[in-house]
Design a protein around this ligand. Structure first.
Ligand code: GLU
Length: 399
């Protein structure tokens, strides 16, 4: 087993388990889940694009669009994607690959760290000749208008994508189909535990801290029936967890090498009936033909679970690159409260979009970048592979 990545403790606030992720992704009080509305926001854009075919779609896929004021010039060395322009048509068995992705949750405006991760994901896909797709992970929480602003920010910095963004809430049938396939093979069990039950359960030997203690894994049918009935009396349903056949799994990460991590009996469908992040992300990555996942370091701990799940669903296991997070000088994850950290904030200080890209480029050792393709070109695949794994400590600009 490879050692855990070399990061000073406390510098990378990792999500400890799928259980924690689901806790974080519980529908919040300020942020209601309303995927239907999100679709309405995206569809007008699709229609706009259809109208603009003459203007845009004749350009080779991957070329920056021309309708933005600052005109990012296409300079990145790029092989035309094999499946350029086509929408993925495979089911979760993943017939199409050669695709990178960015999968934001529409919970607010991107900050500098999100923009940097998006640029790196895009650069990695384009410099390796891949399609690049977006997925709006609105399955849990959504802040009104956020997805649209995220897409506009990506376009502004010169990150383009192939096809229309996939809206995760539109994939409910596919998520249920994957759950049914796992259930048919006995790979799922009902879990009746509350968060408190899990917290207070005496930790079983060999169960990593924060992982599911195994309480409901081996119940008899009559015990299950009794627990189901007492939950139903409270108007609640059980969550579903993966009976993960292997307690650990190894993934390949471009920055962290071969990485072996524990696989929890993680939640695949929450007690409120919503598919869990790990399930939805894996099913949708396969559907979108994703074979390269570039995202923030906080999700490295989830990669073994996701790769094992992909394997169980007969989907290809992607290659990963978990790129450093942006931290505030305090060492906490960069957040809006830290000051001027979004494109809109920085524009408010008089920065141009190109100035923001330049600031991000400088953090990656690329001076003078004006748009994403400048960064991709300067780094190339060797530069991407040798990126530092240290977090990016950002002092939010004040002018
Ligand atoms: N939607 C997740 C987030 O915004 C990212 C998921 C992923 O890249 O797998 O944190």
């Amino acid at each position: 087993m490879r050692e855990a990545p070399r990061h000073p403790r406390g510098q990378h606030p990792q999500r400890e388990s799928a259980h924690d992720i689901d806790r974080q992704r519980r529908p919040g009080q300020e942020e209601a889940s309303h995927g239907g509305r999100l679709r309405d926001l995206i569809e007008p854009r699709a229609r706009r694009r259809a109208r603009d075919t003459a203007h845009e779609d004749r350009q080779p896929v991957g070329q920056p669009k021309t309708r933005h004021a600052h005109h990012c010039t296409p300079t990145a060395p790029r092989t035309r994607a094999r499946h350029s322009g086509e929408q993925a048509t495979a089911s979760y068995t993943g017939l199409m690959t050669n695709t990178g992705r960015f999968a934001p949750s529409p919970t607010g405006d991107f900050h500098l760290g999100n923009l940097r991760t998006a640029i790196l994901a895009w650069a990695w896909a384009r410099t390796t000749g891949r399609r690049f797709v977006l997925r709006i992970e609105d399955i849990d929480r959504e802040r009104a208008g956020s997805a649209q602003r995220q897409l506009e920010d990506l376009e502004a910095i010169g990150v383009d994508w192939d096809g229309e963004p996939l809206i995760q809430t539109a994939r409910a049938d596919a998520h249920e189909e994957a759950l049914a396939s796992l259930a048919a093979r006995g790979l799922i069990f009902e879990c009746y535990c509350t968060r408190r039950d899990i917290r207070e359960a005496a930790s079983a030997p060999h169960v990593p801290p924060g992982h599911y203690p195994g309480t409901c894994l081996t119940l008899s049918e009559s015990e299950r029936a009794a627990k189901r009935a007492s939950l139903a009396a409270l108007g609640r349903e059980p969550a579903l967890r993966l009976a993960a056949p292997s307690p650990e799994w190894t993934v390949f990460d471009e920055l962290h090498g071969s990485y072996t991590g524990p696989v929890d009996h993680f939640v695949v469908r929450r007690a409120d009936g919503v598919p869990a992040y790990n399930l939805a992300a894996v099913v949708d990555d396969a559907y979108q033909g994703v074979d390269q996942v570039v995202r923030g370091f906080d999700l490295l701990s989830q990669a073994p679970a996701q790769a094992q799940l992909a394997h169980l669903l007969g989907a290809p296991e992607p290659t990963y690159a978990h790129v450093p997070l942006a931290l505030a000088p305090s060492g906490a994850r960069l957040a809006k409260r830290d000051g001027a950290v979004t494109l809109a904030d920085l524009r408010g200080l008089g920065w141009s979009t190109a100035d923001v890209v330049s600031f991000i480029g400088a953090s990656l050792g690329v001076p003078g970048a004006r748009c994403a393709s400048d960064i991709a070109e300067a780094l190339g695949i060797e530069g991407l592979r040798s990126l530092s794994t240290e977090p990016w400590v950002v002092t939010p600009p004040s002018a």
